[in-house]
Design a protein around this ligand. Structure first.
Ligand code: DGY
Length: 323
């Protein structure tokens, strides 16, 4: 029997690529450069499955193909706001993602950002590498204690819950959550968390606010100037979700005028381009979208795509079908 043809849009961990090569007629993007809309249209006419990731912008233009050969888009990553859901649905395509396997590592990065920005670790490392450290003194780079503070989590899905575990059980933090739907009482109880109705209810109560909601149009600029004003003047904002969830211009103003304590960002609107003004903010820690960047998570994400493909081509509903 002929193996299904598969296009992988970026390089994946070696172990996963090896299995893909065994199971499918696979084409790898050996240059590891993001594809453009016309590359996609071309791929949709030639491959049974396309396996993209967050760096691929698969808008309506990239899906503008009359009779695609592609029947499944197996996304490598949990977020899929880069794929135009309505067009994929109209084309009758199946779309899958890779939840669960990156939740712990992404929560670890959110915790890393909280600690780095509160304890001024980025500033300290820059000072030391620049040769500017003159030695220990009682007043040097004084930060903010993390343990025992109040953490607000916006979006209490798998990653938000993993962060709550770390923050509550590891750092004794008090957890407040805001989520689209009601969170089950036993899930809240696991971290002694309290759910509030709105973002407006959450922000003024928190020393740290961490974003774990989906990206896309629905949550674009969820955190805007008005909501930044609701944060305590010494509170920290953390984003490991999607760049567009924060209005970066408003955030830059808040950081420059010290109306919040600081921020930690792993994702950016229009990444990898970084708004030049953000670069000027010392009370900001930035990481290059490292949430799931561990050997364990990245391999597990790849194998999860393989599971979804195997189900699909065997005629079963893939476990991670989102469209
Ligand atoms: C995702 O999975 O959506 C991340 O942003 C990449 O790990």
């Amino acid at each position: 029997m002929m193996k299904p043809s598969v296009l992988v849009t970026r390089r994946w961990p070696q172990a996963v690529e090896a299995q893909l090569a065994r199971d499918y007629e696979v084409t790898f993007n050996t240059g590891d450069r993001p594809l453009g809309p016309s590359d996609f249209r071309d791929a949709l006419g030639r491959f049974d499955a396309v396996l993209p990731t967050v760096t691929d912008r698969i808008g309506a233009d990239a899906l503008d193909v009359a009779r695609p050969q592609t029947r499944i888009i197996g996304n490598y990553g949990v977020g899929y706001s880069h794929i135009c859901a309505s067009t994929a649905r109209d084309l009758g395509m199946t779309v899958t993602n890779t939840p669960d396997v990156l939740s712990e590592c992404t929560a670890d990065i959110a915790m890393t950002l909280m600690l780095m920005v509160a304890r001024r670790a980025g500033e300290g490392e820059r000072e030391l590498r620049d040769g500017g450290w003159t030695g220990w003194r009682p007043t040097h780079l004084i930060g903010t204690k993390v343990s025992g503070k109040t953490l607000g989590i916006i979006g209490y899905g798998r990653i938000g819950q993993e962060l709550a575990k770390r923050a509550h059980h590891g750092f004794g933090m008090n957890i407040i959550v805001q989520n689209r739907s009601n969170v089950a009482p036993q899930v809240l109880a696991a971290c002694n968390a309290t759910q509030v109705d709105t973002v407006e209810d959450l922000l003024p109560q928190c020393d740290f606010v961490s974003l774990h909601c989906p990206g896309g149009a629905a949550n674009r600029h969820l955190i805007n100037a008005r909501r930044l004003d609701l944060m305590k003047p010494d509170a920290f904002l953390i984003n490991t979700a999607r760049g567009e969830v924060i209005d970066e211009f408003a955030l830059t103003q808040a950081l420059m005028f010290d109306t919040i304590g600081g921020a930690g960002l792993d994702v950016f609107d229009g990444e990898p381009r970084i708004a030049p003004d953000l670069m000027q903010c010392d009370n900001l820690v930035m990481l290059p979208h490292l949430g799931s960047a561990t050997k364990e998570a990245r391999e597990a994400m790849g194998f999860r795509v393989l599971d979804n493909l195997a189900d699909f081509f065997a005629g079963r509903d893939p476990r991670d079908r989102v469209i």
